[in-house]
Design a protein around this ligand. Structure first.
Ligand code: PEP
Ligand code: MN
Length: 357
């Protein structure tokens, strides 16, 4: 349930209503939007009487019931206003949201060594990426596959951040790694395989770091939004949803089925920013550009793309990784479509490649 305040509602009146609602044993949450102040009521609201709430003040515009199982993640909870997720990077603040330029993120599946991560960082930065991705802890289907270099890879990401100024996004697989990962990451990634690891969701929800929540391999959109709700219920509203392909029946020609229809569907359900990962979404580098520009046309707020300096030698996900040059070309195509949909003010690369630092 939400209480929508009139635009001229005095702060003292909003506070008074909040106090009153608290005395009814519910936990009101004040949300200051661009145009309106909303008081969100979550928890056991079944017995609340909306008419009784409406009568609390003449400054209440209306009381709206949220009939979805996800509350904080629902579009109604923000009264239709898209959430902006602010990510602070050494190069400046990067904003994810529907009324902002598309944010492009790139980097290898996993951090392999210093030379490759630093080179990739410079190359993707030159092409216009705002954050560098790279796994230190890798959730692999086989226990015999490369599991990531762990802590030492986090140090390399920290170095790449320091020398290029790019923000870092990297995955946390276990609550025990969280403090370590949060020290380096500007965005904490919760991977597809952990989307319903509820104890991990609660732990990342208790931090103040932006969280990238990847859709589970077999998760419905509602499962996914309920997972976001777990994070938000702990007090962290900075969640970005990432569609990365779901498991369907074709494993021969595509690794996953990229559900681009999730974009317009999510727009009707949630205020959270939407990212698309066409690399895991298709599994093959040759299909990544088509799906990346399709994602932009469909309204994605951000793209995450795997880039490796030598995909043939990659320790993980080589077949779906673009070379830095291919990423650079793709960024130019993305700029064309991005401009057409009014989401790409920066056409040319920000900086030239200045070599390995
Ligand atoms: C990744 O981003 O490298 C990754 C492992 O993704 P996902 O969790 O979507 O499989
Ligand atoms: Mn990968």
């Amino acid at each position: 349930m939400i209480v929508v305040m009139k635009t001229d509602a005095p702060i003292s009146e909003i506070q008074r209503i909040i106090q009153e609602l608290r005395s009814w044993n519910i936990t009101p949450e004040k949300i200051v939007g661009k145009h309106k102040v909303i008081i969100g009521l979550v928890g056991d609201t079944a017995t609340l009487n909306s008419e009784k709430i409406q009568q609390l003040s003449p400054f209440i515009e209306k009381v709206v019931n949220i009939d979805k199982p996800f509350k904080r993640a629902s579009l109604e909870f923000r009264y239709g206003e898209p959430t902006e997720v602010f990510v602070s990077t050494p190069n400046g603040i990067v904003v994810f949201g529907q009324h902002h330029p598309i944010v492009s993120i790139a980097g290898p599946c996993s951090v392999e060594n210093e030379e490759m991560i630093i080179e990739t960082a410079w190359r993707v930065k030159a092409a216009g990426a705002k954050l560098l991705r790279g796994g230190a802890y890798k959730p692999r289907t086989s226990p015999y596959s490369f599991q990531g270099h762990g802590e030492s890879a986090l140090d390399l990401l920290a170095k790449a951040r320091e020398v290029t100024g790019l923000g870092i996004i990297t995955e946390v697989m276990d609550a025990e790694q969280l403090a370590q990962v949060a020290e380096v990451a500007d965005i904490i990634q919760v991977g597809a395989r952990n989307m319903q690891n509820f104890s991990l969701l609660k732990r990342v929800g208790a931090t103040n770091k932006p969280v990238l929540l990847k859709r589970g391999l077999a998760a419905t959109i509602e499962d996914w939004l309920m997972a976001a709700e777990y994070i938000m219920a702990e007090g962290n509203p900075n969640v970005i949803l990432c569609e990365r392909g779901i498991r369907t029946f074709d494993r021969k020609y595509t690794r996953n089925t990229l559900d681009l229809a999730a974009i317009p569907v999510l727009r009707t359900l949630t205020h959270l920013p939407i990212m698309i990962d066409p690399s895991h979404g298709t599994g093959w580098a040759e299909y990544v550009p088509t799906m990346a520009i399709a994602a932009i046309a469909a309204g994605a707020d951000s793209l995450m793309i795997e880039v490796h300096p030598n995909p043939a030698k990659a320790l993980s996900d080589g077949p779906q990784s673009l070379t830095p040059q291919q990423y650079d070309q793709l960024m130019q195509q993305m700029a064309t479509i991005g401009e057409a949909v009014g989401r790409w003010p920066v056409k040319s690369p920000v900086l030239a490649y200045s070599g390995v630092a």
